[in-house]
Ligand binder design. Sequence first.
Ligand SMILES: *Cc1c(COP(=O)(O)O)cnc(C)c1O
Length: 429
Amino acid sequence: MKTNTALFERAQRVIPGGVNSPVRAFRAVGGTPRFIARAQGAHLWDAEGTRYIDYVGSWGPMILGHGHPAVLDAVQQAATRGLSFGAPTEAEIELAEAIIALVPSVEQVRLVSSGTEAAMSAIRLARGATGRSKLIKFEGCYHGHADALLVKAGSGLATFGHPTSAGVPPEVVQHTLVLAYNHLAQLEAAFAEHGRELACVMIEPIAGNMNFVRTQLPYMKRLRELCTQHGALLVFDEVMTGFRVALGGAQSLYAKAIPGFAPDISVFGKVIGGGMPLAAFGTSRDIMRQLAPLGPVYQAGTLSGNPVATACGLATLREIAKPGFFAALAAKTQALVDGMCGAARDAGIAFSADCEGGMFGFFFAEQLPQHYGAVMATDAARFARFFHGMLERGVYLAPALYEAGFVSAAHDDADIAATVAATRETFRV
Ligand SMILES: *Cc1c(COP(=O)(O)O)cnc(C)c1O
């Protein structure tokens, strides 16, 4: 039998750190990554045949669970017709129409292959459309690894304690201002000083790369006002939250709470690909006119709108748009979070948790953190112990305290109950 340890050793000989994306290496929690052999529904099996309840879901895309029959069927049929053409297809129109139908702020989309590419292209579009260079991002928000955005990004980077990455010249990030999340005075000051030079403000509307941190409503309202007043574009990075916290993404939640609210540009990924490499950015027709081939802002991709990925994304969106889908998913996620909080209360452990739709976060802290510094001040040693305790009991959580968790439609009551029971046991030892 192949063991995780043997595979990890072999992987490290030919792949840096043994992984193709840093957080998979378990550096934040220690130990050996599980090499996944297969998955079905809410479950993963590693190379040793051990089964886990999966709360990573490929970091968000697997909202239907693994191996959903409608999705598999769509992918198989698309693959039979051809893997890639480098020419337009009807499926791309259908996916664009599906996204636009669900997100009122978006009139046109461009499909790309990763969230990184979508966020990078959205910034270029914002700069091209405004003729301005500066942008604001927030500490702990991750927008993929484009150079200009690799400043105090959360997630994988936080593990290594780099506020930024080597290999990014200072000149490349000189136009990127980094502010603390939910810090109103800083925001006001940044706009007072740089407002007229700002192309855009990019934000995770519920931050999922510093675990799970909501934007406070008055803060979001003021951010919208400031952007409008100064002619800066508000870019919502909904790569994680889009089609995950609600059918219309996090922006639908803010629109409900703040009359007339909408971002200017939206960035999507993860769920819209259903597990295949697919992402998108979209905005008004007016701004999209700046994009090649119509306008001067260049953007392209050999595999953009790939027919197999597009079929996978479209099949996924059709399932989650069915009536009652999000209510059921949200109820499951809430049950999980309530169960974990109850276990912590009974064990007398400082713990807090939050969720929206099929996304959740928990902290070893009495109160929910509001910004990156507070997230990183939560108990990391306790988190690592908890992570391994859960893993030993067959629950696969994100292997770092600054990552959000995900529940899928395939998680059933038994999975949630088993997870809560594992939490109770882990808290006991
Ligand atoms: C995952 C993520 C990205 C990057 O997407 P990739 O497909 O990994 O390049 C960008 N923004 C947010 C908010 C994300 O969660």
